[in-house]
Design a protein around this ligand. Structure first.
Ligand SMILES: Cc1cc2nc3c(=O)[nH]c(=O)nc-3n(C[C@H](O)[C@H](O)[C@H](O)COP(=O)(O)OP(=O)(O)OC[C@H]3O[C@@H](n4cnc5c(N)ncnc54)[C@H](O)[C@@H]3O)c2cc1C
Ligand code: FES
Length: 280
């Protein structure tokens, strides 16, 4: 997963206008935007799995994944308000401007996994970086084997992209399992932690890759379950998060040993993550 990205489109923040804001879950909003510059709006190209740096003018900049599929979606970012800059973003309204720099990073290795089954395992807002990949593979359905989404959150109110997931549920050839941690009035779906869905879905291991994103405790439980079934470490793909500054491989802010998450990542195989000695 160290496919460097030669095609950085913009290295200074390009102004983009917020066109629509949707509340997703508590503290997480989705911001739809368009670039002010019509030429950039037409040409801005990304690969699934990459990220951009988002500027909130007067506050700062932060790294954010691309949930949109390059070929099928309006451009948008889904952001959890956790601190100084993301908090300032949460104060913006439709018509305000943000800055976008990028895209950065390697992206998901679609060419290497053609013909394979793909298991997506996401916890909470871990679905954000995987969303773009799911939309992409559904567009190219014939190129892959079984496609399965296992998605878990603490409670129904913590499930991201509910409308989109409902759409996926009805998609032929895409198996969607959603669970919440414990039973709750009105919830008729699965309950229990997301790794328990691996057994329920009878996920394949042969000719299969897993994309796993979520909080550390969930990630470790899922890895244990998948590895226990014989899925190789180089067939498990995830994204790492590090505080980013330049996004360009210059400042070393995102270094883990010899790897720079902003240029070598953020997508790594579990085999690579293990050699980094990285604790997820
Ligand atoms: C590749 C990538 C993709 C991402 N995608 C998304 C996404 O799609 N959606 C999303 O909501 N978030 C995403 N993030 C996380 C997002 O970048 C951070 O939440 C954001 O930087 C927080 O900025 P802030 O200024 O609001 O928070 P800050 O004020 O910087 O603080 C946020 C929290 O982080 C802690 N913190 C601050 N600095 C450091 C540091 N140097 N090391 C460790 N902890 C620190 C603070 O104590 C606080 O708890 C992504 C991050 C990366 C690297
Ligand atoms: S963020 Fe500067 S080197 Fe990665």
């Amino acid at each position: 997963m160290n496919d460097r990205n030669p095609a950085v489109i913009t290295t200074v923040p390009a102004a983009a206008v917020i066109e629509e804001i949707r509340d997703e879950i508590e503290d997480v909003r989705t911001y739809y935007f368009r670039f002010e510059d019509p030429e950039l709006e037409r040409t801005f190209a990304v690969r699934s799995g990459q990220f951009v740096m988002c500027t909130v003018f007067g506050s700062g900049e932060f790294a954010v994944s691309l949930p949109w599929s390059p070929e099928a979606d309006r451009r948008h970012l889904s952001v959890r308000s956790v601190g100084k800059v993301t908090g300032a973003l949460a104060g913006l309204v439709v018509g305000d401007k943000i800055g976008i720099r990028g895209p950065f990073g390697n992206g998901f290795p679609f060419e290497d996994i053609k013909g394979k089954s793909i298991i997506y395992v996401a916890g909470g807002i871990g679905l954000i970086p995987l969303r773009s990949s799911i939309v992409h593979v559904l567009r190219h359905r014939a190129e892959f084997g079984r496609l399965i989404l296992l998605y878990g959150a603490r409670a129904p109110k913590d499930l991201m992209y509910r409308e989109t997931i409902e759409g996926w549920r009805g998609t032929a050839g895409f198996e969607t399992y959603v669970t919440i941690d414990r039973p709750e009035p009105g919830w008729t779906g699965e309950t229990g932690f997301v790794h328990t869905l691996i057994e329920k879905a009878k996920v394949p291991v042969e000719n299969t890759v897993a994309f796993v994103c979520g909080p550390p405790i969930m990630f470790n439980a899922v890895i244990q379950e998948l590895s226990g079934r014989g899925l190789r470490d180089d067939c498990i793909i995830s994204t790492l998060e590090r505080h980013m500054k330049c996004g360009l491989g210059k400042c070393q802010h995102c270094a883990i040993g010899r790897t720079l998450v902003c240029t070598d990542g953020p997508v790594y195989t579990y085999k690579q993550i293990k050699t980094l000695g990285e604790q997820i």
